[in-house]
Design a protein around this ligand. Structure first.
Ligand code: COA
Length: 558
């Protein structure tokens, strides 16, 4: 079938639906929901058999739904209606929640139901539940709904429902003198990554995000107890919580200590034991060891890796490499493995060009440390999505095992034609061929975990449920294998041969030469694209590589 994706943006759920339906053999094109006339034009150009709306913020116009079946993904259970479905479920700490695929009609979320799915609701950030449970359930439900549409004989049923209002900041407000840590965590989680909870820090209004539990610290409710790296700790009536990120009025989302320079006055609250994990406190880098395997976790908000995070992680990696282990597993974070350099901290810097330069060098140092690791075999366990430099940072490891369901964007050009670094010119072509590498970079499309392994870019795609356990088992087996010494020797010999044919420094210099032009050259595209990305500017047109129906050579079907 020809399926038009009508979506507010090409977010991770829309990307996953796009990849899954394409893999099923459907022909897809995408239009961003910018205005009724633009959507109508897209429908006229593409003449779709079916319209699927994975992520919409407003109603589909009647002129479209009256003539075409439009399947809308609603992140709520059957019968739930309203724009804050997940927010209410998380804030009310419901034990389970769901996704419904319904047909667009005049009343929002009230059309006939084509498919639905349920899941246990974790106590986690809304964005995390959305990227994991909601996405998995939505992909299944969309597949079922598309099958039912194709089967022709399915009659979707209308169900009675209840509309819940949009959640306001008044509903989200934190009362530090009354709310428990768990209640505050639920409130911040329900508002993460958007819109955050309106609150105050250092006597100034701002929005807070990225709350973490704290198991031991206590103090006067509402008072700030201290800071650690980029987060601040605030006392509650029954303990304390950490706040990782804030957004000041008119500003962008930033690490709390960067957005609030006053935090420098707070006492530093170091971890009891550096890197050792995991404990109920704020800790973005963690390490644990099991049977000859070191597991290095890095839970960086949104997978963005700032200069200081890259440097701290490089130090942690060097420390892990000095341990008497045989394998290091780079675990990344639970939602994202890595999305490359930190575009928000770059935007906030006095000189974004200088900060871009520092950040790309810091992430390259980390990639180089992984590539040159001579003491262990390294594994990148990609359990969360990865984008741009993050995809190649993972490839710097000897093995990349990726969770089925992960979405990858191994290209840079969407960010103002950025050339990219992280040794991609060394790492990608041998895996997929020179032409394959050019195609991946040029097409700028998302890739599923399965596709990445099929192309030879990554090494193994492991089932979603039980991924962490599976990774641990395989890593322990790798460490215990009788041929471990010969595998390590082979790796060192390969690195030596590669170095002799063209040193890593030459690849790095080549990439950074191009990046220097991106950062300091006369073409400001990267700086403009980054500004719009961090400001979350609404789209005003759909990029041509997504809106295939707008290609000049696209032919209207017979
Ligand atoms: N730096 C800072 N923030 C980043 C980031 C980065 N490199 N990559 C993602 N984010 C943030 C987004 O701003 C967004 O923030 P929010 O919490 O305010 O919503 C959040 O992560 C999720 O990103 P979003 O784009 O909504 O997620 P997605 O899953 O739909 O898309 C990507 C994933 C990777 C395709 C997309 O985020 C992207 O293009 N990131 C930039 C990658 C890049 O160019 N890196 C620099 C070159 S190495």
């Amino acid at each position: 079938m020809r399926i038009l994706l009508l979506t507010h943006s090409f977010n991770s759920l829309a990307q996953r639906v796009y990849c899954e339906l394409t893999e099923l053999g459907h022909e897809l094109s995408i239009e961003f929901d910018i205005g009724d006339e633009v959507s109508a034009e897209a429908v006229a150009l593409f003449a779709p058999d079916l319209i699927v709306a994975p992520f919409l913020k407003r109603a589909i116009p009647e002129s479209i739904w009256a003539k075409h079946v439009c399947l809308v993904v609603h992140p709520g259970i059957v019968g739930d209606r309203g724009p804050s479905a997940l927010d209410w479920a998380i804030q009310h700490e419901l034990p389970e929640w769901g996704v419904t695929v319904l047909q667009a009609e005049a009343v929002l979320d009230a059309g006939p139901v084509w498919a639905a799915g349920m899941f246990a609701l974790r106590s986690a950030k809304k964005s995390s539940v959305y990227r994991n449970e909601v996405t998995e359930a939505a992909v299944l439900a969309v597949r079922v709904a598309v099958d039912r549409f194709q089967a022709v004989n399915f009659a979707p049923e209308r169900v009675p429902g209840q509309a819940h209002p949009a959640m306001r900041q008044a509903d989200r407000a934190i009362d530090w003198a009354r709310h428990t840590s768990a209640a505050i965590l639920a409130r911040v989680n329900a508002a993460d990554g958007f819109p955050g909870v309106a609150d105050e820090l250092f006597g100034q209004s701002l929005h807070v995000f990225d709350a973490w539990p704290e198991a031991t610290l206590t103090g006067e409710p509402g008072s700030l107890l201290g800071r650690r790296a980029s987060a601040v700790c605030r006392a509650t009536v029954d303990g304390a919580i950490w706040i990782g990120h804030v957004r000041r009025p008119g500003g962008i989302k930033l690490p709390a200590t960067l957005a609030c320079p006053e935090a420098a006055e707070l006492p530093e609250l170091p971890l009891a034991e550096l890197w050792k994990s995991p404990s109920a406190t704020w800790q973005d880098i963690s390490y644990e060891e099991v049977e000859g395997v070191g597991f290095l976790g890095f839970e960086f908000y949104n997978g963005a890796m700032s200069t200081s995070q890259c440097r701290r992680l490089t130090a942690a990696f060097a420390w892990a490499a000095a341990r008497p282990t045989r394998v290091i597993v780079l675990r990344g974070g639970s939602d994202f493995w890595s999305n490359g350099i930190h575009l928000n901290t770059i935007e906030a810097a006095e000189s974004p060009a200088d900060e871009s330069w520092a950040n790309i060098n810091a992430i390259d140092d980390l990639a180089e440390a992984i590539l040159r690791c001579a003491t262990q075999l390294t594994v990148a366990a990609v359990g969360g999505n990865a984008g741009a430099g993050g995809c190649f940072l993972a490839r710097a490891a000897d093995f990349v095992w990726v969770r089925d369901g992960v979405i990858l964007n191994p290209h840079y050009k969407n960010m103002g034609n950025l050339f990219g670094s992280e040794f991609w010119t060394y790492l990608l072509p041998p895996r997929v061929g020179a032409e394959g590498a050019r195609a991946i970079m040029r097409h700028r499309l998302p890739m599923t975990a399965r596709e990445a392994v099929r192309l030879g870019f990554y090494d193994a795609c492991l089932p979603g449920p039980g991924f962490a356990v599976d990774v641990a088992r395989r890593a322990v087996e790798l460490a215990a294998a009788p041929d471990f010494p010969s595998r390590l020797a082979e790796k060192l010999a390969r690195r030596e041969a590669d170095e002799a044919s063209r040193p890593l420094s030459a690849y790095r210099a080549g990439e950074l030469g191009e990046m220097r032009r991106n950062f300091y050259g006369f073409d400001p595209s990267y700086h403009v694209a980054r500004y719009h990305f961090v400001a979350r500017t609404a789209h005003s047109w759909t990029p041509r590589h997504l809106a295939r129906h707008r290609d000049l050579d696209w032919k209207m079907p017979e």
